[in-house]
Design a protein around this ligand. Sequence first.
Ligand SMILES: *Cc1c(COP(=O)(O)O)cnc(C)c1O
Length: 379
Amino acid sequence: MNRTTGTLTVNVAAVVANWQTVAAHARNSITSAVIKADAYGLGAAHIGPALYRAGCRHFFFATLPEAISAGATLGADSHCYLLGGAPAGAEAELVRHKLQPVLSSLAAIERWLQWRASAGLSAEAAPAAVKFDTGMTRFGLAPEQLAALLDDGARWAALAPTLLMSHLAVADDSRNPQNARQRDGFFALAGRAKQMQPSLLLSLANSCGIYLGRDYHADLVRPGAALYGFNPSPQGVAPVTSVAHLSLPVLAVRALNRPAQVGYGAEHRAAPGQVLAVAAGGYADGLHRILGTHGYGLCRGVPVPVVGRVSMDSTVFDVSAALPHGCPLNDAEPLSIEVMNSDTLTLDALSQRNHALGYEVLTSLRSGRYHRVYCPEAL
Ligand SMILES: *Cc1c(COP(=O)(O)O)cnc(C)c1O
């Protein structure tokens, strides 16, 4: 079938292989998977179960709706954490779906304990995680608030969280001394908590944090980016395999016989003899994040630059190098342009070229109208 929208191919086997690479590196810790935002836009309902089959049992989500829909695809012995915490009034719903809130303030802890008591549930029946801040100033108890909670041994025992976590702010810069300060601040308090409650799991490291060294691993590591095939660190520390491939069908080809202006704002001037291809996909599909201002794609393996502005639904490429003027086009052989692959147009290469983050590039594809293809994990 000739498609009129792009095809986003997700190599689930590569996601699983990336998870296994992290798990082998952090072999003394539990390797979880952060599958928030629909697994960074790639499809949590496909990726979550594949990771579960590979042995992953701890999963992180951000919001309740995404956790409910993707959590349902995971095995019953999974531990699912909700980074956004428990929305007021949704406590029973969380417990029903076996979701553990990550409690990040004294008020959230208080509300959870009160609800648990009123529902007559034990800490085991309504498990929760706790987050404290070691230098990010986003979510989490202040260290002195956690210290006070630990001083009140009975209250800590009543709360009995399953997991105590914090988050690194500059893990992508391995030379920044803040990493060690956060690590030391984390273990000073978390170590005390674990002494009081040996079953407590401690967790600090995201993808980059994992590659800062074993002293950052704690009991459980939380990779996201490394699973989805990109390196958040400019030092490129995580050995990752690309997982996403994106190609756009060409909807129209114009061989120019006279000078022409291309696209909105008439910003680009094309010359006679040039061949332009109008490909399906524009900023409504998140393409401006991939292509940037000087983007190019591959047409029949040949680099072809974007010309003019990216439109909402389409993008024009100068395909003269791939399709010389006068070269007959065979309708039976649909033409497409690759804009992301696992070779020269990797997510890392694209985000570096556009001064964007791999996170932004990938999640901006979520809104896209792509036909999605999932390559299954190897058996
Ligand atoms: C998103 C997130 C992660 C994963 O981070 P990556 O850099 O993608 O590995 C880990 N922990 C928390 C708290 C997060 O919000």
